[in-house]
Design a protein around this ligand. Structure first.
Ligand code: 48F
Length: 272
C-alpha cells in the first residue's frame, strides 16, 4: 500500500482546484447559475456545442428541484419531446397510458449530471452568485462568494467576492430569478420578477420555454426564473418545460457567441 502524506492530499486538492479554476473557469464562454433541471440541461448542451461552460450552485449538492419529485415522492414526470433529452442522458423512463413519462428522481439527477460532466461542464458548488459584472451595455460575467461566507457574523461582512468573466450568463436560479432581480434595480425596462402564477400545467410548460430569452445583452433568463420573472403559471412537479428551456438557453448562447443559429425550439414570447 502507498504511503500517503496528509499534506500531499492537501497539496493535490489545492493545486488541482487552482489549476482548474484558472484554466477552465475564470474566463469562460457560458456561466450557468443554478443546477436545477433547466441549468443542467443548459450547461450540458452549451458544453456539447464546444463552449467553455461553468455551472454554479449555491448548495453543496447539484440538482435543484429535481431531487424532490412531487410532495417528496421521488418520481419525476416529463411530456414529449422532453423525454428525448432524458433518453439521451440514459435516464430510465416509463411511458404512462396518458402519454406522460415518469422516472426515478435519483436516476434523473445522477444521469443528467454525469452527462453534463462528460460534455466538459465545470461545477462550482457551495458557491453563491452574489452579483453580475455589469458594463455600460452588457453583462460581462458574475461575482461569486463561498456560500458559507454569506452566513458569517456581521463583523465579517466585509469579505469581498471574486469575479468570473463570461461571454454569456444564464439565469437558471429558479423561483428567485436572482440575476434578473439584481439587473432590474439598475436598468430600465428590466422587469422586477413577479413570482409565478397559479397552476396550469399545459400553459406553464409552453410559456417556460417561450419566455426563455436574452433579457439583456449577455444575460439569458431561463426555466423557472423566466416563468417567475413574468408571472406565468406554475407547472407543479413536471420537468419537461425546464429541460427544453435549458436546451433553448444553450442554443441562444451558441447563437450569441458564434452567430450560428442552432435553435429548433421555436418562438420567443415576452410580455410587453
Ligand atoms: O429551482 P430549480 O430546480 O430551477 P429550474 O431549473 O427548475 C425548476 C423546477 O425545479 C421546479 C418546478 C417545475 O419543474 O416546479 O421549481 O428552473 O434550480 C435552481 C437552482 O439555482 C440555485 C438553487 O440553489 C437551485 O439549485 N441558486 C439560486 N440562486 C442562486 C443559486 C445563486 N444566487 N447562486 C448560485 N445558485
Amino acid at each position: 500500500m502507498t504511503n500517503i502524506s496528509e499534506i500531499h492530499v492537501t497539496k493535490t486538492i489545492v493545486n488541482e482546484f487552482l489549476d482548474d479554476f484558472i484554466q477552465n473557469i475564470l474566463d469562460s464562454d457560458v456561466v450557468v447559475v443554478g443546477s436545477g433541471p433547466c441549468g443542467v440541461a443548459a450547461a450540458k448542451y452549451a458544453a456539447e456545442f464546444g463552449h467553455k461552460t461553468v455551472m454554479i450552485e449555491r448548495n453543496l449538492y447539484a440538482g435543484g428541484g429535481m431531487w424532490q419529485g412531487g410532495y417528496l415522492m421521488p418520481k419525476n414526470t416529463v411530456g414529449s419531446p422532453a423525454n428525448k433529452i432524458l433518453e439521451e442522458c440514459g435516464v430510465k423512463l416509463k411511458e404512462t397510458e396518458e402519454g406522460l413519462y415518469v422516472c426515478d428522481s435519483f436516476d434523473m439527477v445522477s444521469k443528467m449530471l454525469a452527462s453534463a460532466c462528460d460534455a466538459g461542464v465545470k461545477l462550482l458548488n457551495s458557491t453563491n452568485v452574489d452579483d453580475l459584472i455589469l458594463k455600460e451595455d452588457h453583462v460581462d460575467g458574475v461575482v461569486i462568494q463561498w456560500f458559507p461566507a454569506k452566513h458569517m457574523p456581521p463583523f465579517m461582512t466585509c469579505m469581498d467576492p471574486i469575479a468570473i468573466r463570461s461571454k454569456v450568463v444564464i439565469d437558471a436560479t429558479g423561483h428567485d430569478s436572482v440575476l434578473v432581480r439584481r439587473l432590474s434595480e439598475q436598468r430600465q425596462g428590466i422587469p422586477v420578477p413577479k413570482g409565478c402564477g397559479s397552476l396550469w400545467v399545459d400553459e406553464a410548460e409552453k410559456q417556460t420555454v417561450e419566455l426563455t430569452h436574452e433579457i439583456y445583452p449577455g444575460l439569458i433568463v431561463a426555466g423557472m426564473s423566466a416563468t417567475s420573472t413574468y408571472g406565468a403559471p406554475r407547472m407543479g412537479p413536471i420537468f419537461g418545460g425546464m429541460l427544453l428551456a435549458g436546451k433553448k438557453a444553450a442554443e441562444l448562447a451558441h447563437e450569441k457567441i458564434t452567430g450560428i443559429k442552432a435553435g429548433a425550439l421555436g418562438k420567443i414570447r415576452v410580455p410587453a
